[in-house]
Structures are given as structure tokens and as C-alpha cells.
Design a protein around this ligand. Structure first.
Ligand SMILES: [Zn+2]
Length: 175
């Protein structure tokens, strides 16, 4: 397993529509292991393939937060949100591609998702709470959308300016 570098906003690859996965392959299984390891290490609760520069519709997540609970690593290829509740909920979201930036985002409180699992089988599940927010955030990534795209333009621009500075400082530190 390999830790993969996570792309930081702004980056054109984070604004790109990702291609469907043809088939669950060993290459994708190995990529999803890398992505899970990268996500746990960060630490984060979700990671989408474009965040590591792979423009495929693949995401991983694990929203188990209590140390007393067993981890639940999930891998989804070609996830589709097939139903969303009218009821909405607000969570303060963050993103591994936007370190230290957080904002309240309102989304459907409950979603049903259909995807292809690691064995190549179709799976379906209804998510609520943090899981529902996380899976919607990650599916957005596959459509080239970030959580800041749900915010008012002024707030989005402010965060983007901070990120441009963050990336500049980081590049300078490395130089
Ligand atoms: Zn994200």
C-alpha cells in the first residue's frame, strides 16, 4: 500500500467530471486500498479518486468516529444517488483538499446510493446523519464539485484566496 499525495484546491483536476469505472479490477482494488490508507492517515472520513489525481468515479469513506466502534471502510465505484429526502440537514464540512477550511453546508438528510463494490457486485444502501453528508460530498467530487461550491460566491472566493496563499506558502517552505 502507498500513501498518495492529496491534491489541494485550486486545481483543475478537482473541477473535472470523472469517468465511470468500466469494471472492478485489481488495479482499482489496489487504488482503493491506497486511498483508504491515505484517508485514515490524513485523517479524514472520505476521499474521492480525483483528490489523488485519478479521474475515475471511485470513492472511499468511513464515518465511524468512535474509537470503541469497529471501522467500516467502504469503497464505491460508480456511486449514484438514486433517492434523496426532502428533509435537509446542516453539517460543518471540511475537505482534505482544503485543509483548515470549514463551512456549514445544507444537504438532504437521507440519501439512497447504488454502487459497484470491490467484488464487482451492485450494492445499495440508505445513509443518514454524517454518512449521508459524507457520501454526497464525495459524489460531488466525482462531478468536479467541492463543498465550497454550495456556499455563497463571496465566501467561496474568500476560502479560495486563503487556499491560494496556503499553497504558495507551502511551495515556499519546500523550496
Ligand atoms: Zn472533499
Amino acid at each position: 500500500m502507498t500513501l498518495r499525495p492529496i491534491l489541494l484546491h485550486p486545481d483543475p483536476r478537482l473541477k473535472t467530471l470523472c469517468k465511470p469505472v468500466d469494471d472492478m479490477s485489481d488495479a482499482l482494488r489496489s487504488l482503493s486500498k491506497d486511498m483508504l490508507e491515505t484517508m485514515y492517515k490524513a485523517p479524514g472520513i472520505g476521499l474521492a479518486a480525483p483528490q489523488v489525481g485519478i479521474m475515475s468515479r471511485l470513492l472511499v469513506m468511513d464515518c465511524v468516529k468512535e474509537n470503541s466502534e469497529a471501522p467500516r471502510p467502504m469503497v464505491m465505484a460508480n456511486p449514484q444517488i438514486i433517492a434523496s429526502s426532502d428533509e435537509r440537514s446542516v453539517y460543518e464540512e471540511g475537505c482534505l483538499s482544503l485543509p483548515d477550511q470549514y463551512a456549514d453546508v445544507e444537504r438532504p438528510a437521507e440519501v439512497t446510493v447504488r454502487w459497484i463494490d470491490l467484488d464487482g457486485n451492485e450494492a445499495e444502501e440508505t445513509f443518514t446523519g454524517l454518512w449521508a453528508t459524507c457520501v454526497q460530498h464525495e459524489v460531488d467530487h466525482l462531478d468536479g464539485k467541492l463543498f465550497i461550491d454550495h456556499l455563497k460566491p463571496l465566501r467561496r472566493q474568500m476560502i479560495t484566496r486563503k487556499m491560494v496563499k496556503y499553497k504558495r506558502d507551502k511551495a515556499r517552505d519546500r523550496a
